[in-house]
Write a protein that binds this ligand. Structure first.
Ligand SMILES: [Zn+2]
Length: 117
């Protein structure tokens, strides 16, 4: 005799509970079936996830996610250097010194090598 979840005493090998008429489940067999199901799993990660990542590529000339291409870099250079040179011609080096520093920093960050891939 064993006790069903409803509290009724159920004889061994009974198909259902005499009180609530629910079919009696063999919990050990159910657990074994569950383990078998999980052991049959054959999932493996796709090759894309296991492949080593390609080596990084750096470039000064080609565009990347964080850098402009050659055309934009040349346009930036001609604009900023041109404006700075014009300002130097008009006002002299002394008064344009801050702009020269800003232009130098801009050119450094524009033309520095950046990771493109
Ligand atoms: Zn029952």
């Amino acid at each position: 005799m064993e006790t069903h979840s409803c509290g009724a005493r159920v004889p061994e090998n009974a198909q259902w509970c005499p009180l609530c008429l629910e079919s009696v489940v063999d919990t050990d067999a159910l657990l074994g079936e569950l383990h078998d199901t999980f052991q049959k799993t054959t999932w493996a990660p796709p090759e894309v996830l296991l492949a080593p990542s390609p080596p990084p590529v750096h470039s000064r000339w080609r565009a990347g996610p964080r850098s402009f291409g050659l055309r934009v870099k040349l346009a930036l250079t001609f604009m900023s250097v041109g404006v700075t040179a014009l300002a130097v011609k008009m006002f002299g080096f002394f008064f344009v010194a801050p702009l020269i520093i800003v232009t130098a920093l801009l050119m450094y960050s524009t033309w520095t090598r950046e990771r493109i891939r």
